[in-house]
Design a protein around this ligand. Sequence first.
Ligand code: LMR
Length: 301
Amino acid sequence: MPIILVLLDITPMMGVLDGVLMELQDCALPLLKDVIATDKEDVAFKDLDVAILVGSMPRRDGMERKDLLKANVKIFKCQGAALEKYAKKSVKVIVVGNPANTNCLTASKSAPSIPKENFSCLTRLDHNRAKAQIALKLGVTSDDVKNVIIWGNHSSTQYPDVNHAKVKLQGKEVGVYEALKDDSWLKGEFITTVQQRGAAVIKARKLSSAMSAAKAICDHVRDIWFGTPEGEFVSMGVVSDGNSYGVPDDLLYSFPVTVKDKTWKVVEGLPINDFSREKMDLTAKELAEEKETAFEFLSSA
Ligand code: LMR
C-alpha cells in the first residue's frame, strides 16, 4: 500500500528535517509515494490516517519526574487538540515519546471526538526485547518465540511475562518455562534486563534507542493496520475499561492484544499467578500516580 509521509518539527529544525527528507527520497523505498516536511500543524495533521507521535521532552540531568510530566502534558495536549481539529476521526494514533503511556492518555483526552480506542502507545520495543532475550538464551531466532507479554507502563516497573509464551524447538511448540528450565533466571535477571534495557542502551550509546525503536514502531503500526497473525498476540499500551485483569478503568496500560479489522481486543482469560499479580499491580499503581499528576497539569494548562 503506497504511503505519504508527513514530517512535523519545530521551525528551528526545518533545515535538519530537509536532510531527513532527502535521505528518505534517496532510500528509493518502493511504497513511499511522497514526503512532506513542515512546521505547520494544519499541514501535518490534515486528514491523517496514522499519527506517530515521537517527539517529547526528554528527561535531563536534575529534572524531577513531575517537571518532565508537566512539559509533556503541554506538548501532548497541543498534539491532541491538533488531531481533534484536523485529522480524520478514524485516525490511529501511536504515541512513542516518553512517558509514552501517560502522554497517550493526555493526547486522547485532548481529542474527545476521536474514539479513545484509536490511541495506543508503544510497548512493542519491550515486547521485542523480551522475545530477543528468550531467543538468545535458547539459541533460536526471535521469530521462534511468540506470545510474550508486557504488562503496564513503558518504564522500569513494566512486567515482562513469559508464562504464556511459546518457543519453537525442533519444529515443536513448547512453553518457555518448560523449554528453559531456569525459573530463577526467568523470574529475576530476565525481567530486570528487559525493564532496564532502555537505560542500558542510553548508557552505552549516550543516546536513546533508535533503530530498535523504529523497528518496533513498524511492527506496531503494521499490526494495527493489517492485524495480528492467527494464534499470536502482541503487547500494546491501550486504554483499560476496568474489566480486564483487574486493571483500573481509564488507565493507559500495556496488555496482550490481538488486532482484526483495525480494532484491537485484549486477550482475555489468561491465568495469572500471584507472582504476576503483584508485578501487574505495581506498574498499575505507577500509572495511576502519573495519570493523577498529568491530569492536575492538564486542567491547569
Ligand atoms: C527505550 O525504552 O529505549 C526508551 O524509551 C528509553 C528512553 O528513556 O528514551
